[in-house]
Design a protein around this ligand. Structure first.
Ligand SMILES: C[S@@+](CC[C@H](N)C(=O)[O-])C[C@H]1O[C@@H](n2cnc3c(N)ncnc32)[C@H](O)[C@@H]1O
Length: 360
């Protein structure tokens, strides 16, 4: 059977990659997305698998499914794929033939990525993935199934050496990193490792055009809970003037940039004298309290845009996030503004998610 976009095979479900330990949140999100769109099926997970699945009652066109369960729309998904094949026991002597047989004649992909879930148990498979990826590319090329103009990327996810989920991603609407993990290098001059979190947030939550338009030298920002300055460093690197709010000390090298004003004040009470382009916040506090303060800023128009962390509670993490966002929407709507929220559990996030919010 072929689907509408080119002649892609139909999909039996969706698989998303996630942080190990957050399969249940990823599954709840898949269930909620399906329920809202009236798509029948059920989510399933395995503990610490590093991925979650949504199994469709009826097969669907992968492009339509990927629009609905798109990576950028899901908080707990690092990557989102339409599943076109499930293999429980691939023969070790020839894993390739059964996988190739799942592709209909004439169907072409632009690339193929062989991956494992991001778990300790799957780490020993890294070398196998690399060599199998090369063999897969060669075989696809030989059979004419590789065409750089194709919108599709084929993914082979190996939780074990014998088990494989074969999936499709739309190249322009998927995470452009292997395993959905941007490999960022820690900048040696940055004052803390937290700097990678804001860097990753900007890579994942914004597109290239937004990063360029929304960060221009001379713009202003407030960093709440700034010390020692990893997030401030990212803003200064982009030429922004930053008011860093924290009782703790800021990095001396960063202060020498001349672009930072340090205020030893309470981040929950601080108000800017003038509207700023950006407010970022990395204060470790209850998610509801942080979300409420972020909403106050956006509702009052003290900032255009914000990036902040929400620490997740031990239980009902998905519900807590939904409630925090609903409360934010209500606060901003009451001020006559419209709020856009994008959120992701980043690779550098542990028991937390990172949120981008802007008023329109
Ligand atoms: C995780 S650290 C921030 C790290 C920082 N983003 C970086 O990249 O270096 C949290 C910071 O929030 C600050 N903080 C917590 N509660 C605060 C409050 N009510 N007002 C101001 N700062 C606060 C702490 O002093 C601490 O420096």
């Amino acid at each position: 059977m072929a689907s509408s976009l080119t002649n892609a095979p139909f999909a039996s479900g969706i698989v998303v990659y996630c942080r190990a330990g957050f399969e249940s949140e990823a599954a709840q999100e898949l269930d909620a997305t399906a329920a809202a769109a009236g798509v029948a099926g059920f989510a399933r997970t395995e503990r610490n698998a590093g991925f979650a699945e949504f199994v469709l009652t009826q097969q669907g066109a992968p492009d339509a499914l990927l629009r609905l369960f798109g990576w950028s729309r899901l908080i707990f998904a690092r990557q989102s794929l339409a599943v076109i094949g499930q293999f429980k026991a691939l023969p070790r002597e020839d894993r390739l033939t059964p996988l190739l047989a799942a592709l209909p004649a004439g169907f072409q992909v632009g690339d193929v990525w062989v991956e494992t879930p991001d778990t300790d148990a799957s780490k020993p498979l890294t070398a196998f993935c690399r060599s199998f990826n090369n063999a897969f590319v060669q075989q696809l090329r030989r059979s004419g199934a590789l065409d750089p103009r194709s919108p599709w990327r084929l993914h082979a996810l190996f939780p074990t050496g014998e088990r494989c989920l074969l999936g499709l991603a739309l190249i322009d609407h998927s995470a452009p990193w292997h395993q959905g993990i941007p490999r960022l290098k820690f900048p040696r001059e940055a004052p803390s490792r937290s700097t990678l979190k804001l860097d990753e947030a900007l890579q994942v939550l914004l597109n290239a055009g937004e990063r360029e338009r929304w960060f221009k030298p001379g713009m202003s920002a407030v960093d709440l809970g700034a010390a020692p300055g990893g997030w401030t460093w990212q803003l200064v690197r982009r030429g922004l003037h930053v008011t860093a709010v924290d009782n703790g000390p800021m990095d001396e090298g960063l202060m020498a940039s001349g672009l930072v004003t340090h205020k030893r004040e309470d981040g929950f009470r601080f108000q800017p004298r003038q509207r700023v382009e950006w407010m970022v916040c990395d204060m470790v506090e209850q998610p509801r309290r942080v979300a409420a303060r972020m909403a106050e800023w956006l509702a009052a128009g003290w900032c255009h845009r914000s990036v902040f962390n929400l620490k997740l509670p031990m239980k009902k993490r998905y519900l807590e996030v939904q409630q925090a966002f609903e409360a934010m929407q209500a606060t901003v709507a009451a001020a006559g503004r419209e709020l856009e929220i994008r959120a992701k559990q980043l690779y550098h996030d542990r028991e937390e998610i990172t949120v981008f919010a802007q008023t329109r």
